[in-house]
Design a binder for this molecule. Structure first.
Ligand code: SF4
Length: 347
């Protein structure tokens, strides 16, 4: 963008009259309050955070007070806010700042990032808001604004570094704190994910997305389709109503759990019967069993046989299967075979 100074001025002018009134937004922000608010705002909305923030600062007004508090008390106050690791990190971080930094918040981004629970975003936010030092604050709102201003075609998350470099090119060296908060407010009130209010946007004249559909930005990576795998499951019974089971290998998916013999789980499987654990007349069972793992969908076709002679392997009475550690997938098989049995006897 040609005129980044003018851009900053237009944004800051809008901020002066439209900024949100928030309890952590004061004339001389202190790093402790900024830090508490930023941690609380992770994954949580502003209206939910406000009463928690006020209670927190009321109970522990300084970092030294928080350092002396018991973790139980901190967790108790946090109740209802969720993501409790944030509360544990706050408590741990207070101890570290008192012990390692003499109770004074560091303003250096590198030092900030050594503290528990403080990553790129929080370090940059504390540095710019509490210390008014130049920093590139990147959150979802600011990424969206940059993607729209510059119509970035690269999808997220791979576009993150491009978006950051655009943000850097526009960032204010003179008013970094107000500038970062102005972008945050613009993202939450004007440049919203859906129906952005472009007609009243203070930076509309710089925005290339208005020539297209702003809602198309930022671009998102298409979710990868997860593959479908198939296998044949072998249900072998003997004349005494015992079923052949096996323990899955200790390593790998469902490792160490019980199951029934199957052919390999593959995207294309043919000639599955060659993997049958015993010789027999294998008959197909109607229907299939489906299950979704994190990385693939699995479909079992079941074949069954009845053996007359004792063979090797672990044979368990059907009523005793409940005593074994079968994963959900295999429990679906047991249930399906029970339905099959009932249908066969007309029960
Ligand atoms: S003009 Fe519209 S799309 Fe562009 S920054 Fe403003 S609100 Fe967002």
């Amino acid at each position: 963008m040609q005129n980044s100074i003018q851009f900053q001025e237009d944004l800051l002018k809008w901020y002066q009259t439209h900024k949100r009134t928030l309890p952590w937004r004061v004339d001389n922000p202190n790093p402790y309050a900024t830090w508490v608010s930023e941690i609380m705002l992770q994954q949580t909305t502003v209206p939910t955070v406000i009463p928690y923030f006020q209670r927190f600062l009321g109970q522990w007004p300084r970092i030294q007070d928080l350092e002396k508090a018991s973790l139980d008390d901190v967790l108790h106050l946090w109740q209802g806010l969720g993501y409790y690791s944030r509360a544990r990190n706050l408590h741990q971080c207070a101890k570290k700042i008192v012990t390692d930094f003499g109770g004074v918040f560091p303003s250096d981004e590198k030092a900030l990032k050594t503290l528990p629970g403080i990553g790129d975003y929080t370090a940059a936010a504390i540095r710019s808001i509490a210390f008014n030092k130049a920093s590139v604050v990147m959150d979802g709102n600011i990424e969206r604004i940059m993607a729209r201003l510059f119509v970035v075609k690269e999808p997220l998350p791979s576009a993150k570094s491009i978006l950051k470099s655009y943000a850097q090119s526009l960032s204010s060296q003179i008013y970094p704190g107000d500038y970062a908060q102005a972008l945050m407010d613009l993202g939450s009130s004007i440049c919203t994910p859906n129906n952005p209010s472009c007609s009243i946007c203070p930076i509309q004249k710089y925005c290339k997305a208005t020539e297209e559909n702003p809602e198309d930005y930022p671009k998102k990576q298409m979710k990868k389709k997860i593959p479908r795998k198939h296998a044949t499951l072998f249900w072998a019974e003997d004349l005494n109503g015992r079923v052949l089971i096996e323990k899955r290998p200790a390593k790998g998916l469902l490792g160490g759990l019980m199951g029934f013999p199957t052919s390999p789980w593959e995207e294309v499987s043919d000639d599955a019967l060659k993997f049958a654990p015993i010789e027999g007349k294998w008959m197909p069972v109607d229907g299939t069993i489906t299950h979704t793992f994190t990385h693939f969908h699995l479909t079992f076709s079941i074949v069954r046989t009845v053996v007359e002679h004792k063979t090797e392997g672990v044979w368990v009475k059907k009523e005793d299967l409940v005593h074994y550690a079968f994963p959900t997938l295999m429990q679906k098989v047991i249930q399906r075979m029970e339905e099959e049995r009932r249908a066969a006897i007309g029960a």
